[in-house]
Design a protein around this ligand. Structure first.
Ligand code: CP
Length: 328
């Protein structure tokens, strides 16, 4: 596909290819070498919902390939605030830009935008729908961490916990994991925030062992990856918001890791983690613990997003020929 809208458009072969291209991007992402293969190209970075990682890392990734970026942040800074449609915005932006990354609060909106343009569009998160580039960087992280630990993906045990209903990162990640050899996936969500049934059925139909549990107060000693997510209160209905509070029983913290998990279990989170009192998100008491992979995960966003651009804009074969040493 010329777009990246959903993990549905990826195959195991295309993911493996992106992982190999991302590995080749590491010297540039780590500021050891520079390239200008996208010199003259312009990215439209359209974020109608808040973002730190996705917006800035896509921006940085495009710049590191030599391109330039136009940003719009929030509805206020776009003429959609004056009632302009997605269709018109898409037609206009494709006259200005060579690729577009878009985040929007409505599920399906990025696909609607992409249908009206001939330039590659990347879904940077469409409401509770999908976040495919996050799943790719998560998968890249798991692969790197497993290589470091001498582990195999086939037969691995992955625990997904937190808001599995509205968490678009876990929707994309579970689809992506399902493309690989059978593994064990355990799902733990607070009541009312469970993984949608269609995703559980999809993963089970591909031969994976999927189990739903109701609590983290259990034995997770053989879990290889704990992937926890923020509760997406901004997506709750008014009825759900009333009186909702997340119990500490769903918090991944040092006590959980020390008492329930193995010594080389890694902890991932797409971030942001909610640091407000009573949010009970991933606990800061794991900061500095080598099992906490969250900032290795954010760093991996750059080479993976560079690989997405290089592949969609078909410059991947030119990169090695264009590499130069860093001069700063
Ligand atoms: N993981 C992620 O999508 O983070 P941002 O919302 O900061 O982009």
């Amino acid at each position: 596909s010329r777009h990246l809208l959903s993990v549905d458009s990826l195959t195991r072969e295309s993911v493996d290819h992106l992982m190999r291209v991302a590995a080749r991007m590491e010297p540039i992402a780590q500021r050891r070498q520079v390239t200008r293969v996208l010199e003259g190209a312009v990215l439209g970075n359209l974020f109608f919902e808040a973002s730190t990682r996705t917006r800035v890392s896509f921006h940085a990734a495009f710049c590191r390939l030599g391109g330039s970026v136009c940003d719009t942040t929030g509805f206020t800074f776009s003429s959609m605030a004056k009632g302009e449609s997605l269709y018109d915005t898409s037609r206009v932006m494709s006259g200005y830009c060579d690729a577009i990354v878009m985040r929007h609060p409505d599920q399906g909106s990025v696909a609607e935008f992409a249908a009206a343009t001939h330039v590659p569009v990347i879904n940077g998160g469409d409401g509770p729908g999908e976040h495919p580039s996050q799943a790719l960087l998560d998968f890249y992280t798991i692969d790197k961490e497993f290589t470091r630990l001498g582990k195999q993906l086939a037969g691995a045990h992955v625990l997904l916990t937190g808001d599995l209903k509205y968490g678009r990162t876990v929707h994309s990640l579970i689809k992506l994991l399902s493309l690989y050899d059978p593994m064990r996936i355990t799902l733990v969500a607070p009541p009312g925030l469970e993984m949608p049934d269609y995703l559980i059925e999809l993963v089970a139909s591909r031969g994976h062992r999927v189990e739903e549990r109701t609590s983290l107060a259990d034995d997770y000693a053989d879990v290889d990856v704990v992937y926890t997510t923020r509760i997406q209160k901004e997506r709750f209905t008014a009825e759900m918001s009333e009186g909702f509070s997340l119990s500490r029983d769903f918090t991944v913290d040092r006590a959980f890791m020390d008492q329930r998990c193995g010594r080389d279990t890694i902890v991932m989170h797409p971030l942001p983690r909610d640091s407000r009192p009573d949010a009970n998100d991933l606990d800061v008491d794991l900061n500095g613990d080598p099992r906490l992979a969250i900032f290795r995960q954010t760093d991996n966003g750059i080479p993976v997003r560079m690989a997405i651009f290089a592949t969609l804009l078909q410059v991947e074969e030119l990169i090695e020929k264009d590499l130069r040493p860093v001069r700063w």
